[in-house]
Design a binder for this molecule. Structure first.
Ligand SMILES: [Fe+2]
Ligand SMILES: [Fe+2]
Length: 339
């Protein structure tokens, strides 16, 4: 059997990886494509997401394709994995298989730095896919094929960009397991606001647990409630004009809640009505939906604000509605004091 191998960290796997597999299958005439997640890439220093998470996302993304498999050979091995050891083991396990190992242009240029490159080219047919027509030179017998790339990378996804290039189940997994959230927030918010968002998220989760609500939904509301906070008036204006022109009479600092509720849906792919509603109302506290009350209280009672808040936090945990009215009243007084 002919098998093409796509190695990578798949942190996370996206539609660009699948596109690569579709094209490899077609052009190389292989019957299967194996996705081989790496444990640790010797030439990269970035700390990878946990093996189990990357593996779970990969399995979900490949589920609709019976000819695509996950090969965990490198994850099973201790220490640094070299391709030459992996290929030797693959030959030992599958003596009748013929392997095609896909590499990118950047890897082609570094090929002489790989461990035992002369052995490698005997163990598999290495295939370099050319994404931009600029193939580097190499002394090794490496086959070249042309691929039409998808304009997406895992690093963009880790920064909360192009999330529409993820399989919906994978995006759902990311939110359920709270992966990459720091990258999502850091891309759009200043460090102090990121710290506030995570602190509020933790408090939202505690409040949700105290009232038998979904702790993960509450955590996500806390994470994203201020996602529009660093946008300028000019940036928010077009969103406001489409979304809720009736709210444009509010002072600009109030707008970020309305805009954020749309951003979580359109940019972050969170299509959850309660999350959107809670974020929408978080600035003014204009909803008594339980999640809306939770975020309103958690935002005002964030311990990072530096006020003594334990008594109020305890009250919100005991009685959400009463706690909400108390926080709202105190907030009203504070705003009146500030005119
Ligand atoms: Fe806010
Ligand atoms: Fe906030």
């Amino acid at each position: 059997m002919k098998v093409a191998i796509v190695g990578g960290s798949f942190d996370p796997v996206h539609l660009g990886h699948l596109q690569m597999a579709h094209q490899a299958k077609e052009q190389l005439g292989v019957s299967q494509v194996w996705f081989l997640p790496t444990k640790k890439t010797p030439l990269k220093d970035r700390q990878l997401t946990d093996d189990q998470d990357r593996l779970a996302m990969l399995k979900m993304a490949l589920e609709p394709y019976p000819d695509y498999k996950v090969c965990t050979i490198e994850l099973e091995r201790e220490g640094t994995s070299y391709t030459v050891d992996t290929l030797k083991e693959l030959h030992a396990r599958y003596p009748d298989h013929e392997f095609f190992w896909l590499i990118g242009n950047d890897q082609l240029e570094q090929f002489d730095r790989w461990k035992e490159p002369d052995t490698l080219v005997c163990l598999a047919q290495f295939v370099c896919f050319d994404r931009d027509g600029k193939l580097g030179n190499t002394a090794y017998p490496i086959r070249r094929i042309h691929m039409v790339p998808m304009p997406v990378s895992s690093s963009e996804i880790r920064r909360g960009k192009k999330l529409n290039y993820l399989a919906p189940q994978v995006l759902d997994y990311i939110y359920q397991h709270r992966l990459y959230l720091k990258g999502f927030l850091e891309e759009r918010l200043k460090p102090k606001r990121v710290a506030h968002s995570f602190s509020v998220a933790k408090l939202c989760e505690e409040f949700a647990c105290a009232h038998d609500l979904d702790p993960n939904r509450a955590y996500l509301i806390g994470c994203f409630h201020d996602i529009a906070k660093n946008m300028t008036e000019a940036e928010m204006k077009p969103w406001m004009e489409i979304l809720c022109p009736e709210n444009m009479h509010y002072p600009c600092p109030v707008w970020h809640g309305f805009v954020a509720s749309e951003i979580v849906d359109r940019i972050f792919g969170i299509h959850d009505f309660q999350i959107r509603q809670a974020i929408y109302h978080h600035v003014l506290g204009t909803s008594t939906d339980p999640y809306a009350m939770i975020i309103f209280c958690a935002d005002k009672l964030d311990p990072l604000r530096g006020y003594p808040v334990q008594k109020q936090i305890d009250l919100v945990k005991q009685d959400l509605l009463q706690g909400f009215w108390m926080v709202k009243e105190e907030n009203q007084k504070y705003l009146e004091g500030k005119e």
